[in-house]
Design a protein around this ligand. Structure first.
Ligand SMILES: *Cc1c(COP(=O)(O)O)cnc(C)c1O
Length: 341
């Protein structure tokens, strides 16, 4: 049975072209620097975000945590959004791997206030930790994008205090589509950027960490330390190349589908869509329902959804979900709420 899976965009399956590229990939031992396919992907990735160099890593979490490890010293403080992936969804790794302390700011629906970030930077004092890094997330996991003006301001704040910026750009190409700019224009305001090949871009495995040549050289050693030195990794890098060549531009389709989905859900009595968080391929809403019953009803109709998190449901459009699937999802939810009424 074919399911419509709107739990995430990580559920996207590799395309036939990716499987073919994987089958035919020329490979070598990448820890020796011998894998031509990984090298090609790293070069392409660096170019796509306008950085000197890039490194292939097993996951987005790995890339973020490696960035923290590479930028900071043990005991540094890292300024980061309280609602970021690094805080919420990385199992406390920054304390374990980089050994840093996190100091959080509160973005409004993912939009940071540059002045608040600046106010969190530590001055020189025997009692204080050193501020070692500022992290941003764009596109933001709340379904929004940070405008370029704010990115620029925060970058300037970082520069004036000599503090680097790391961008968690897991969905940077979604942000680029939403802002109608090239991903380089976003990444220019960060010293390092991580992005995922395995989300909307549909590759089976992998993320990229990009930055200056010397940063990436240092990160390469950190990746080994973290156990991420992969051998004939060209097998999976090959799918990443196809992802960058063929899957970037189509992300806008997912955004259009999300807007249609949002509109459909909005018109259902009992559902409250968060309309100011519809920038990318996600729809967040509140609904007063029995969560388990709703999830299993949808499953019976062949639709996989996640249970609510923090009182919100999140539906995510992706390349394996067609426009017709979207209409079917809306119709299914409609029927469920009619039954309740
Ligand atoms: C998914 C995601 C990550 C991490 O990706 P994994 O590959 O699942 O570890 C990091 N940041 C954000 C914003 C994400 O959405």
């Amino acid at each position: 049975m074919r399911y419509i899976d709107i739990r995430s965009d990580t559920v996207t399956l590799p395309t036939p072209k990716m499987r073919e590229a994987m089958f035919n990939a020329e490979v070598g031992d990448d820890v020796y620097g011998d894998d031509p396919t990984v090298r090609k992907l790293e070069k392409m990735a660096a170019e796509r975000v306008g950085k000197e160099a890039a490194l292939f890593v097993p996951s987005g979490t790995f890339g973020n945590e490696l960035a923290l490890l590479t930028h900071t010293l043990r005991g540094d403080e890292v300024i980061v959004d309280a609602n970021s992936h690094i805080i919420l969804h990385e199992a406390g790794a920054s304390a374990v791997i980089a050994g840093v302390q996190l100091r959080t700011f509160r973005s409004k629906n993912g939009h940071p206030d540059p002045r608040e970030i600046e106010s969190l930077i530590r001055s020189e004092n025997i009692h204080f930790p050193r501020t070692g890094l500022i992290c941003l997330e764009n596109a933001h996991g709340m379904g929004t994008v940070i405008d370029l003006e704010s990115m620029k301001k925060i970058h300037e704040i970082g520069k004036s205090h000599n503090i680097p910026i790391h961008l968690d750009g897991a969905r940077i190409f979604n942000a680029a589509c939403a802002l109608r700019v090239d991903a380089r224009e976003i990444a220019q305001y960060a010293d390092s950027v991580m992005f995922c090949l395995s989300k909307g871009l549909s590759a089976p495995i992998g993320s990229m960490l990009a930055g200056t040549k010397s940063f990436i050289e240092k990160a390469r050693k950190g990746r080994k330390l973290m156990g991420g030195g992969m051998r004939q990794a060209g097998i999976i890098a090959a799918a990443g190349i196809v992802a960058l060549e063929e899957m970037v531009d189509r992300l806008c389709e997912d955004h259009e589908n999300a807007k249609i989905l949002a509109k459909g859900l909005e018109s259902i009595k009992g559902i409250e869509v968060f309309k100011d968080r519809l920038d990318i391929n996600m729809v967040f809403f509140k609904a007063k329902v029995d969560g388990d019953d709703f999830v299993s009803y949808m499953m019976n109709r062949g639709i996989k959804i996640n249970p609510e998190e923090d009182g919100e449901y999140r539906f995510v459009t992706n390349k394996d979900v067609t426009r017709d699937d979207i209409y079917y999802v809306i119709e299914s939810v409609e029927k469920y709420f009619q039954k309740l009424a």
